[in-house]
Write a protein of this length. Structure first.
Length: 622
């Protein structure tokens, strides 16, 4: 849940490193640091608790020169966010510097052993153990004087000897004072990519820092180590030895990682949803056969037709999307669906029927709990497919097949466009499985037409922005919110409450609207707004009755309704109108004003919308 950048080449490293840290700040923002080295071996390390701006202030007083460098922005796991715990960490007597993402589970016994060898520790992190351990291994491996002629293999061997002693996950880059012309990078369970330039190489934990510098990348896989110089790249697998690496095109446009006219990335990404939904559907709606099509499932229609049950798993927002998918698939395909928190599934050991198919849902493709759940289900002999947004991510690599969201980079920590893209993909899966099982051609065509209209409907829902801002001004000082919906809109209520909690720090809860009277109605008072999701549909009258129960007890009500609804206006204190869509697509439209409402309330409360406290974008720890 941290960000790594590295550079080796002819240009001044610090400029790229700081620029890259800013683009990765959504991955971690409680401390940051930079280390550079000159060709003469002068190592400079500058690091600071707090945001990257503080690091830049220190660098203006103490510049870090050199054409080789590494940098890191941190989300604390071991040790508080302090200057001492910030990365990079130094090994030995300044012999090397390390930046690291992930968690080393056996760092304590390793630390005790290294302390017995005479190493002094200056932080409470697990990463400092890696730095000293590599230094210890270097001292035990004789290195030739002419290292370049030996392709730095002895140096890599020393790093591999250290990595072999680690238990846990890592994406790391190592820089050496004696060999400033080389970087060593390694990955196990935490993403790391290498950008290929002309006489230079860039390293990062995702592609966003590389945009504008190179569009050619190499994605390291687990158990791979890279020897990187300005003009060469060699990849080694810990069992297979040298492996041929493939260079891929980085599919991120410069505008995707810039704010443009928006004040925050979250608002930008909310307004990108019509396009991200179009991208999710592009090439996947087959009107000739009245179905959806997916190129990466790696299962034949016959194999998919034999599936008796689907298991959907994810965390946070992805879990909410899975709940939407459960409603969609069971309604359109008549196929039983079970939804599990990935963090529970990995340990719960539920009995799974023979013909059960898993879909692991994730934005980053790196979520530790979701990855562990996927591995556990695969271990039991089931097919496990992924629905994720990041090409080359760990879940994308380890799944038996899957579907990319194509939502583009999502930089705001609170997920928005990934959720609606996930729900769109799940709706297409519902269509696909439905056509395999019982849906008629005409039924399939009606669903396709509804999906094609969806981006336009989301654009119309975005027109509620001004209304949401005015309502936010009215309720921004409230400290408790309730979100209520039924059927398809129950998961949307959960997602709306989560968005408000994440970025405004207001306590909010989502419930099925009918469950209010079974306990939560005790929370209702004049200072606790209830947000009702009540577009026209099969349960509209039931939700309206639930709304009246809240009004009878003096609770303020915000109602999200279809345009032209006059009934709800008679009871609600505030109304947000959205366009009418088919019930199985309602969550994709009803969530839009909830995202906007959370955003505006957070801004009015002075919160850091894109980087909320205690949260990180890619949760790679348990």
């Amino acid at each position: 849940m941290c960000g790594i950048v590295g550079y080796i080449g002819p240009r001044d490293a610090a400029e790229f490193l700081i620029h890259g840290l800013h683009r990765l700040e959504y991955r971690g923002y409680d401390s940051a640091g930079i280390a550079t080295i000159t060709p003469q071996g002068r190592l400079t390390v500058v690091k600071a608790a707090g945001r990257i701006q503080r690091l830049e202030e220190l660098l203006s007083e103490r510049p870090a020169s050199g054409c080789t460098g590494i940098a890191h922005t941190r989300w604390a796991t071991h040790g508080a966010p302090t200057d001492e715990n910030a990365h990079p960490h130094i090994g030995g007597d300044g012999a090397l510097a390390v930046v690291h993402n992930g968690v080393i589970e056996n760092f304590q016994p390793l630390k005790q052993r290294l302390q017995a060898e005479g190493y002094l520790f200056h932080s409470a992190t697990d990463t400092e153990v890696i730095a000293h351990l590599i230094d210890s291994c270097l001292k035990r491996h004789p290195l030739p004087a002419d290292m370049a002629a030996a392709e730095y293999r002895p140096l890599a061997a020393a790093v591999q000897a250290a990595l072999a002693q680690l238990q846990g996950t890592y994406g790391l880059v190592v820089m050496f004072r004696q060999w400033p012309e080389v970087l060593i990078a390694a990955r196990l369970g935490s993403p790391l990519i290498i950008g290929v330039g002309h006489g230079e190489h860039f390293l990062a934990s995702d592609g966003s820092p590389l945009v504008g510098y190179t569009d050619q990348v190499v994605c390291l896989s687990d158990h791979e180590l890279a020897i990187v110089t300005a003009g060469s790249l060699r990849v080694i697998h810990h069992e297979q030895g040298h492996v041929d690496h493939s260079v891929q095109r980085l599919e991120i446009e410069a505008g995707a990682v810039e704010l443009g006219r928006f004040e925050h990335y979250m608002l930008k990404e909310i307004f990108e949803q019509p396009e991200s939904i179009r991208n999710a559907m592009r090439g996947r709606l087959d009107a000739h056969n009245a179905t959806a099509k997916f190129g990466g499932l790696n299962l034949t229609p016959q194999q998919l037709r034999s599936v008796d049950r689907l298991l959907l798993t994810g965390c946070g927002t992805s879990w909410h999307a899975a709940l939407v998918g459960e409603y969609q698939i069971e309604a359109l395909a008549r196929l039983p669906v079970e939804v599990e928190y990935a963090s529970e599934l990995r340990y719960r050991n539920p009995p799974l029927e023979r013909n059960t198919l898993l879909f692991a849902i994730t934005q980053s493709g790196e979520t530790a709990d979701t990855l562990a759940a996927l591995r556990e289900v695969k271990r039991k002999g089931h097919f496990a497919l992924g629905i994720c947004n990041v090409v080359g991510s760990t879940i994308a690599q380890e799944s038996d097949g899957g579907i990319y969201l194509r939502a583009g980079p999502e930089i705001g920590v609170a997920s928005t466009k990934a959720f609606t893209s996930q729900c769109t993909v799940l709706a297409m899966l519902a269509l696909y499985f439905g056509r395999l099982r019982h849906l008629s051609f005409d039924d399939g065509m009606r669903i396709i037409e509804a999906l094609r209209r969806l981006p336009e409907k989301v654009e119309q829902a975005l027109e509620s922005n001004d209304t949401c801002r005015h309502i936010a001004e009215k309720y921004a000082e409230c400290n408790n919110f309730l979100y209520l919906g039924r059927q398809y809109n129950f998961p949307t209520a959960l997602e709306g409450a989560l968005k408000l909690k994440e970025i405004s720090y207001i306590h909010a809860e989502g419930y099925p609207a009918a469950e209010m009277k079974h306990g939560p109605i005790a929370l209702v008072d004049a200072h606790t707004p209830s947000v009702f999701l009540m577009p026209q549909g099969s349960v509209y009258s039931k939700v309206l009755a639930n709304l009246q129960e809240i009004k009878a007890r003096g609770g303020p009500v915000i109602a999200v309704v279809c345009s032209g609804d006059t009934q709800a206006r008679q009871w609600a204190d505030d109304v947000i109108e959205i366009p009418s869509v088919e019930e199985y697509l309602q969550p994709i439209v009803t969530v839009i004003p909830l995202q906007l409402l959370a955003y505006h309330i957070a801004v009015l409360r002075g919160c850091d919308v894109d980087k909320p406290r205690n949260l990180a974008k890619s949760v790679t720890v348990e």
